[in-house]
Design a protein around this ligand. Structure first.
Ligand code: ADP
Ligand code: TYD
Length: 203
């Protein structure tokens, strides 16, 4: 039976948060220890950096350094120890979000992001990435109905189109770990796809 590191990705409003808890339950009833966490965040330090990232104005390099600083702390304090004891880690966003938002959305240098990724992760990559993909217009409609926008969520459709392209490029570069979830479907169909994809892969 598979275990390891699963990440959830997609533009804001794609429906990730609605399914991550359901997947945690699905794994727990199958006897797995599950760590449910998120980025930026997951440790006291990283949650403080998250507050700054979501609300304080800053340039794309500062943003990139802060998300990777938060990630470093999160990996060392929580993700790596959980994987070492055999738990399954479910993380709401990880480095693909940095390539999509800072790289795609903000247009920041992908080569620099690749170097930071190498330093911070020392080769660690998710075993599986569920990419919730849908048109930015649909996601914007869902967000508008659900919550007040933070610094990223107030960006326009062009920004989210670039973020989506950033995810698509990461998926093309690592097809073995990416699963594209059709997030435009009704909730039940999204969940059915997630369950099917995991079962097919022996999770
Ligand atoms: N498949 C779906 N169809 C319609 N609305 C959805 C679907 N999945 C989630 N939603 C709604 O869209 C909003 C954003 O979902 P959320 O899970 O917070 O997205 P994310 O975590 O990806 O930003 C919420 O109000 C949620 O109830
Ligand atoms: C992990 C990560 C997130 N982000 C952004 C994307 C999201 O808009 C925001 C927070 O993500 P998220 O937790 O999905 O927001 P919410 O709680 O509102 O659903 O941070 C980056 O820009 N780069 C990153 O590396």
């Amino acid at each position: 039976m598979n275990h390891g590191f699963i990440t959830f990705e997609g533009i804001d409003g794609a429906g990730k948060s609605s399914h991550i808890e359901a997947l945690a339950q699905w794994l727990r009833v199958r006897g797995r220890e599950v760590l449910l966490t998120r980025e930026p965040g997951g440790t006291a330090l990283a949650e403080r950096l998250r507050e700054l990232l979501l609300h304080e104005p800053m340039d794309a390099l500062t943003e990139s350094l802060l998300v990777f600083a938060a990630r470093r702390d999160h990996l060392r304090q929580r993700i790596e120890p959980a994987l070492a004891r055999g738990a399954t880690v479910l993380c709401d966003r990880f480095t693909d979000a940095t390539f999509a938002y800072q790289g795609g959305g903000r247009g920041f240098d992908l080569a620099v992001l690749g170097q930071l990724e190498g330093w911070v992760q020392q080769g660690r990559q998710p075993d599986l990435t569920l990419w919730f993909d849908l048109p930015p217009t649909v996601a914007a409609r869902r967000r508008a109905a659900a919550r007040a926008a933070d610094r990223f969520e107030s960006e326009d459709e062009i920004f989210f189109t670039r973020v989506r392209e950033g995810y698509a490029a990461r998926a093309t570069a690592a097809p073995e770990r990416f699963i594209r979830i059709d997030a435009e479907q009704p909730r039940e169909a999204v969940w059915a796809q997630i369950e099917r994809e995991l079962q097919e892969r022996g999770w």
